[in-house]
Design a protein. Structure first.
Lengths: 365, 181
């Protein structure tokens, strides 16, 4: 195994390695616990000396996201990372990026809120990430990694999806996934796109210097004529529909014969997979459905489980009940859907979730 | 094989590094591993802990609320983690600064006076590898050759000249650990 590049790394460190290896052109960020290791690692790795990637500590999160806007407008692969309060500062920028249809990657390593809250893991930003989180009708593509390996892999996936749909993509992690170390296999170094490749691939929209051969490109989210703005909105909605049709990703664990199903993402899903092991050992037919894309949400797989006769769903989240609304919509009254959560940076244990499942669903008549 | 260990003490004792050496040793032995540190207010207030899981199967939860082994290096950690050792599990502690000794009778209890031993040797930096040696004597979950590889991967290259002393400290830790219950 020494030949394969297996490393032991923190989720945050791996984001930095993955950014370089997937050919990122620029990272703009501002430190905040629990994700500061992303920029610290980039500064240690000095990619500007190897791949030419820019790493810049901005004066604030507001500046970071607008630097991302500027970089993305030129067709470059750019990203930022932060944690919950910092992501709130970025929300105006995210709406502008979505409105101007610019691709970028944003990592949110969530901590307990609201406000400054705690620095411990939380999933309290599900609504913010998946329901827009800023003004206007828009969606981010939202990926929820549950391991250090997925933190790595999703950087590549997020860039691919962001460019495929010209839309910001968010990796919605949390303090646990960011701070934890696990084994990871790093991807081979992918070359950064050359200016010629960018000019070829992004010529219909990016601004990298106008050649004689084409009309000018305009990057903006402003359109004062309502008739035109409505058309833009309809085009955006068609794009979101295409994402919903083509990009749903999820993992189903022991769902085939399940009588009860936990729905959980990210670090919660790791804990709940231990709940499934415990329940199965007791003879309870429990499964776990783990959404990998939180937007687009895997509503059809959940609906199909309900149609097949699953007796109840438990949405286990590190918040007061956010994703549970999407689970309820997918189940659409066919079975009871309950929520179990901890808040403010507290994490539940596998047996705590099992107790909640029994209390709220199995033993409830 | 699945081993869930908590190592807990003061910041500066090398608690997180000891966990990382153990986790990297597990990687070298082809185990699945997780290393989950405290990074919150407790760390800023001086105490630090890390949960390491080693397993020959994929690890579901990296977060644990009960442990096969607790390695306790200060009084605060004794108060918090003695109760969280699984029945039949192991508690290892350095008696230095411990004012209330463990009371449970359903677990095995070991002491390792590594603080005193390192002070006697004038080698405070070897504290955490000495403790690791004590742990490995009681729970030989990884082979010594893999521990040395794990140590090499954890220490920065400039500290590799300290590898022989650390190896010696690991062996010495195995010699000075004592079972008291």
């Amino acid at each position: 195994m020494a030949e394969k590049e297996v490393k032991l790394m923190k989720g945050n460190e791996v984001i930095a390695h993955a950014a370089i290896r997937y050919g990122c052109d620029g990272y703009f960020g501002y430190p905040i616990t629990p994700q500061s290791e992303v920029m610290e690692t980039l500064m240690e790795l000095k990619p500007w000396e190897t791949t030419g990637m820019v790493v810049l500590q901005a004066e604030s999160e507001v500046a970071s996201i607008n630097m991302v806007y500027g970089g993305a407008a030129t067709g470059k692969r750019v990203m930022t990372s932060s944690s919950s309060p910092g992501v709130s500062l970025m929300s105006e920028g995210l709406s502008y990026l979505a409105g101007a249809e610019l691709p970028c990657v944003v990592v949110n390593c969530q901590r307990g809120g609201p406000g400054l809250g705690t620095i411990q893991p939380s999933q309290g930003d599900y609504f913010q990430a998946c329901k827009g989180g800023a003004h206007g009708d828009f969606h981010l593509i939202v990926l929820a990694p549950n391991s250090v390996q997925e933190m790595h892999d999703f950087v590549g996936l997020a860039f691919d999806l962001a460019f495929k749909y010209r839309n910001p993509a968010m990796i919605l992690a949390d303090g646990a996934i960011g701070q934890m170390m696990e084994k990871v296999v790093l991807a081979p170094q992918r070359a950064r796109k050359t200016n010629e490749e960018i000019a070829e691939e992004c010529k219909s929209w990016a601004i990298y210097g106008k050649p004689e051969s084409r009309e000018r490109n305009v990057v903006t989210s402003l359109e004062l004529q309502s008739e035109v703005m409505e058309k833009i909105n309809l085009r955006l909605q068609a794009k979101y529909k295409a994402m919903e049709d083509n990009e749903v990703r999820y993992e189903a664990i022991e769902c085939d014969d399940a009588e009860y199903v936990i729905v959980a993402f990210g670090s919660s899903a790791r804990i709940c997979s231990a709940t499934v092991e415990m329940a199965r050992a007791e003879g309870i037919k429990l499964g776990l459905l783990r959404p990998i894309t939180l937007y687009p949400f895997p509503k059809n797989p959940i609906r199909e489980l309900a149609e097949r006769g699953v007796k109840g769903f438990l949405s286990a989240e590190l918040n007061a009940g956010q994703m549970v609304e999407d689970v309820r919509m997918a189940v659409n009254g066919m079975a009871p859907v309950e929520h179990y959560g901890r808040q403010g940076g507290m994490m539940f244990s596998p047996d705590e979730v099992l107790m909640a499942l029994k209390e709220k669903l199995i033993n409830k008549k | 094989m699945k081993e869930t260990v908590i190592i807990a003490g003061f910041g500066g004792q090398g608690v997180l590094t000891m966990g990382k050496i153990l986790a990297y040793s597990g990687v070298m032995q082809d185990f699945e591993v997780t290393w989950m540190p405290s990074y919150g207010p407790e760390m800023r207030g001086g105490t630090a802990n890390v949960t390491v899981v080693l397993s020959d199967k994929p690890i579901s939860s990296p977060i644990a609320h009960e442990f096969d082994v607790a390695v306790v290096l200060n009084q605060q950690s004794m108060e918090k983690f003695e109760a969280m050792v699984k029945p039949g599990g192991v508690l290892i502690y350095d008696t230095n600064g411990i004012t209330r000794h463990p009371v449970r009778t359903d677990i095995s209890v070991y002491t390792i006076d590594a603080t005193a031993e390192c002070a006697r040797m004038g080698q405070a930096k070897l504290f955490n590898t000495m403790i690791l040696g004590g742990y490995l004597k009681v729970r030989p979950v990884v082979k010594m050759e893999n521990v040395m590889e794990g140590l090499k991967h954890t220490l920065p290259e400039r500290a590799w000249k300290m590898l022989p002393q650390n190896e010696e400290a690991i062996h010495h830790g195995g010699e000075i650990i004592k079972q008291i219950r």
